[in-house]
Ligand binder design. Structure first.
Ligand code: DP6
Length: 366
């Protein structure tokens, strides 16, 4: 029998950001985070895993058609070792299962978008590899349990195992057993929520997230405040906003958390700059656009867990930026045409090359 599995996984874009590890080997975060999984129509990874004969010794990996060294990636080796350990246990418990755990693997993964440009390619890539191994080895794991495998590959990847709105609960345990993804609301919960990815640059980022976030952990005092009080409160408020489909609170919290993440990067020594002039101009545009419509009411991010406002305060769109200059806008579908019109008017190519190339929406993971 041929033991081979192919699957695809979407990217997810955080609205409450993960930035900082308390354990770098196990990839345990300093705060919980929350993201939206996008549809697979535009940004996805596709991975095939196959068991080959024992004499074809050694695992091998091809990423976007180029062979990569597995030995060079500790994270990848950890994911493979975890999956094999679980398969070995399953085989020991049920001798009728084919002996796959010790067979060498061939892994082939492609992204349909630029790698490492801050477009969450590691998230979809490791989510996809995990799900492919989970299926190949028929592992007896729930999706949340499987998300721990993806987490060891790349923290944000654990959130791509679910569709819709997903929290990564940071957990408290030293072994990471309680640090995993849980679904906050499914992809059908808020069907008119759209995501617009404005590709400002597809160049590789200067400072990778992995090293950048550890510099922040070591040097930023602002991060301590964020971890201790800001994120725990925002996680509760964001969860409530999603459950209530309260776009005003969702937008305020999303933009505030993106702003604070980039403030924490600037508070790092040496400082890290992910946004560029175009990124900042897009923030000004979204801010000016919202201000045409919003009514001045108390902000959702004020101290305390205030209930969502009874009537709409008028927010039209929310921006968020990860470890790169590209903007992701979350907005109700009814405003997509108008916002695209504004973006194309103020940022005609080539200033923001292919800026409106990708669309997505909250969608199912697999
Ligand atoms: C800014 O998941 O790429 O996108 O765990 O070291 O692989 P590692 O980091 P990674 O960091 C993502 C950071 C972020 C925010 C987020 O997605 O929550």
């Amino acid at each position: 029998a041929v033991h081979e599995v192919t699957c695809s996984a979407p990217v997810n874009i955080a609205v409450i950001k993960y930035w900082g590890k308390r354990d770098t080997a196990l990839v345990l975060p300093t705060n919980s985070s929350l993201s939206v999984t996008l549809s697979q129509d535009h940004l996805r990874s596709t991975t095939t895993v196959r068991c080959v004969a024992a004499d074809e010794a050694g695992d091998r990996l091809w990423l976007n058609g180029k062979e990569e060294s597995i030995a060079a990636s500790k994270r990848l080796r950890n994911v493979l070792a975890d999956a094999r350990r679980l398969r070995r246990a399953a085989e020991a418990a049920d001798p009728a299962l084919p002996a796959l755990a010790e067979l060498p693997l061939r892994i082939c993964s492609v992204n349909n978008f630029p790698t490492a440009a801050g477009l969450a390619s590691s998230a979809s890539g490791f989510a996809c590899l995990t799900y492919a191994l989970h299926t190949l080895y028929s592992l007896p794991l729930s999706v949340s349990e499987a998300s721990r495998l993806a987490r060891v590959g790349s923290g944000s990847a654990c959130r791509s195992l679910f569709g819709g709105f997903v929290a990564w609960e940071m957990g408290q345990r030293d072994d990471g057993a309680d640090s995993m993804a849980v679904q906050v609301a499914s992809e059908t919960h808020w069907p008119d929520m759209e995501a617009l990815i404005l590709v400002v640059s597809d160049a590789r980022k200067d400072t990778g997230s992995t090293e950048g976030m550890q510099q922040t952990v070591e040097t930023s005092t602002l991060l301590r405040e964020r971890i201790a009080s800001v994120v725990p409160r925002r996680m509760r408020q964001m969860t409530a906003a999603i459950h209530a489909r309260d776009f005003d609170s969702f937008a305020e919290l999303t933009m505030a958390d993106s702003n604070q993440f980039h403030a924490v990067c600037l508070d790092t020594y040496p400082p890290i700059f992910y946004m560029n002039d175009i990124s900042r101009a897009i923030i000004r545009l979204v801010t000016a656009y919202n201000r045409l419509f919003i009514k001045p009411v108390a902000a959702a991010d004020a101290a305390g867990d205030s209930a969502p406002a009874a009537t709409s305060r008028g927010y039209r769109a929310a921006y968020t930026y990860d470890a790169g200059p590209n903007a992701v806008l979350y907005l109700p579908r009814e405003h997509v045409t108008e916002v695209l019109g504004l973006v194309n008017h103020f940022f005609p190519p080539p200033a923001a090359a292919d800026h409106a190339e990708y669309f997505g929406r909250a969608a199912s993971a697999f």
